[in-house]
Design a binder for this molecule. Structure first.
Ligand code: UDP
Ligand code: MG
Length: 167
């Protein structure tokens, strides 16, 4: 079944100059890129993205990490990949959440690390499933930034200006 998934190259991936390398690895999947941009992540976006982890002891450090505070690189590359079993394929290439447990040739196994405080700096985010992918893609991208119609949209008029937004 064709589906979309959200990929983020996290600030450590950008700081370690891994962008080209990670995109090359992802191209092995033969999935299509339907959206891509560099984002300066603010606390609001970070907190919404990781809201399922808000009770975890590492939450504040995770927010600092994705905002680029820990790497002095305040940017993330966000992409939408689309195609058959996109989430499963990308998560397999990414490897396990814990880089020590990730398959050594996976992206996280190759480039991730665990900080002395215990946070997993694992260079890449991939949505966990179809519903999470939809929530995350709608959070990170506007309809106009995605070159295919993934989800229903509606028109919204603010100060006589009409925009297309997620329905
Ligand atoms: N994370 C961590 N310690 C944990 C679990 C998660 O540092 O015990 C961090 C890690 O960077 C991970 C992110 O929180 O990628 C989001 O966690 P999630 O459980 O969603 O894992 P993922 O879907 O990224 O594999
Ligand atoms: Mg996750």
């Amino acid at each position: 079944m064709n589906e979309a998934t959200l990929i983020l190259i996290k600030p450590d991936g950008l700081k370690k100059s891994l962008t080209g390398n990670i995109l090359t690895r992802l191209s092995e999947t033969k999935l299509e890129i339907m959206a891509a941009k560099i984002v300066k992540v603010d606390k609001g976006l970070a907190t919404e993205h990781y809201k399922h982890l808000k009770d975890k002891p590492f939450f504040n450090e995770l927010i600092d990490y994705i905002c680029g505070e820990k790497h002095n690189r305040k940017k993330v590359m966000a992409l939408v990949y689309w195609g058959e079993n996109a989430t499963t394929k990308c998560r397999q290439l990414a490897g396990a959440t814990n880089p020590e447990e990730a398959e050594p040739t996976s992206i996280r196994g190759s480039y991730g690390r665990i900080t002395t405080s215990g946070l997993y700096e694992n260079v890449i985010h991939v949505s966990s499933n179809k519903d999470e992918a939809e929530r995350e893609i709608k959070l990170w991208f506007t309809p106009a930034e995605v070159i295919v119609d993934l989800y229903p949209v509606k028109e919204s008029t603010v100060n006589s200006c009409t925009h297309v937004v997620w329905a």
